[in-house]
Design a protein around this ligand. Sequence first.
Ligand code: HEM
Length: 211
Amino acid sequence: MIRWFKPVVFLACLGPLGHLAWKAYSGNLGANPIEVITHSTGDWTLTFLLITLAITPVRKLTGQLWLIRYRRMFGLFAFFYVVLHFLTYIWLDKFFDLHAMLADVAKRRFITVGFTGFLLLIPLAATSTTGWIRRLGGKRWQALHRLIYFSAIAGVIHYFWLVKADKHKPLEYGAVLAILLGYRVIVWALPKFRAKRPRTVMRERMEVQQP
Ligand code: HEM
């Protein structure tokens, strides 16, 4: 099953791009094609970031250890869609006008934070290979790859700041992200809390015994 499942997942991840390409080919991108492409690639970047972040909790809570084999693929698809998102902006929206882009990054705070989220993903994509895990060592590689948390936070803030009226969707993304990061905080804090508790309980017991 595993042998054919991976290519199927890979093709499914290309689905959003295929859908956009089909819409462009059939002339169904609407009155503002650039907006449709920007929104779709932005949405899929955030979706793939959240799917990547969901792999560890789902794997640990369900015992489905094989899921780990898909984490790198989902992370790289997040990067793939943010590159398309960024290209849409610099190519179709700004026509490679560096001056206008720099002014945008400096002036519009949602662009500044989106750009930060994009920059944070570059070292992760560059070091995603097994060779880089070996070169950096597991611990350093893991520490570097925690940048994905900040990229996802930047992505949610970017979305929250750019919508003017209905903040429902960015808030939904934010809620999912809060759950996924909250899980990690609990997993990190629980052993420390447990290690501290018996000592406190022992100290309290001794104080009761020796008033
Ligand atoms: C991790 C990085 C990023 C994520 C997760 C992200 C995500 C998103 C999302 C979810 C949307 C809204 C989609 C919708 O309305 O359905 C969006 C829109 C947009 N993003 Fe990004 N984005 C990122 C980086 C960037 C960068 C680097 C730029 C350009 C420098 C950019 C420029 C834009 C623009 C211009 C819009 C449309 C704004 C509008 O409708 O007025 N984004 N992005």
